[in-house]
Write a protein of this length. Structure first.
Length: 249
């Protein structure tokens, strides 16, 4: 089965070092990736990073956004990176060399996002709940975590080496059978959360972890655009029925 090249977007979440942002941008340019988003960067860090030498084109087009969903909302596939240490991930952790085969088996196509967390804390459990797959660079056991700029470079190289990077952006016309993007999934998730709140399923103490599991469930269902529209419509009807019932009480 031939690898389908993807139009990758690299997303840095709350980076703290301008040198790392510049190094990440340069790595993208080195290996044929073009698009970078930075989520909630510290303003002085972001201003300094924009002057990095050797990656002007990538940095000039890079976008700073306040939330992760704004960075990944239009992407059907999201891959998160993590060292995986001291954390309950609740999903399988792929070694980076195994990622191309996972993408191939999934028949991934179109846009995809690759997430990197801040140098200090990495990606939070909330961030990871948006990811279809989690990837770890196989580092030595005595030093699991990598410098952010180096981690971006290693991942970009592996994607380019395996043929998983599109030379030209793919046709982005949306069809009913296309995978549902994260923004569409999130609309379904939010409506499901409201319904579950109204029927008393979500309890205060367990609400947050339950919602994280719900988001992961929606990702794992592999909804198409058509599926998400149907499921959203069903939930909307349930929500409307619950509102009518409450009005009659």
């Amino acid at each position: 089965m031939k690898m389908l090249p993807l139009d990758w977007r690299v997303v840095l979440v709350r980076p703290r070092n301008p040198l790392n942002i510049g190094a990440a941008a340069r790595a993208l340019a080195n290996f044929g990736l073009h698009e970078m988003f930075v989520v909630s960067p510290f303003d002085p860090v972001w201003r300094e990073a924009r002057s990095a030498v050797g990656a002007e084109r990538v940095l000039k087009s890079a976008q700073a956004v306040p939330t992760l969903l704004e960075a990944i909302g239009d992407t059907p596939l999201v891959v998160g990176t993590t060292a995986g240490s001291r954390r309950n991930l609740e999903r399988d952790l792929l070694s980076l060399p195994d990622l191309p085969a996972w993408l191939q088996a999934r028949k991934a196509r179109g846009r995809a996002a690759l997430l990197f967390g801040s140098e200090k804390t990495g990606l939070s459990n909330e961030h990871l709940s948006y990811c279809h797959a989690l990837v770890r660079i196989p580092t030595g056991v005595d030093c699991l975590s990598m410098n952010l700029g180096q981690a971006v470079a290693v991942c970009a190289y592996e994607l380019a080496r395996s043929g998983a990077v599109a030379v030209r952006p793919p046709q982005l016309t949306t069809h009913q059978s296309d995978p549902s993007d994260l923004q569409t999934n999130e609309h379904v998730f939010e409506r499901a959360a409201r319904v579950l709140d109204k029927v008393g399923y979500l309890k205060p103490k367990s609400r947050k972890p339950t919602l994280i599991k719900l988001r992961r469930l929606l990702l794992d269902l592999g909804l198409t655009q058509s599926d998400a529209r149907v499921l959203g419509g069903i939930l909307a009807q349930i929500e409307w029925g619950l509102r009518l019932r409450n009005d009659d009480l």
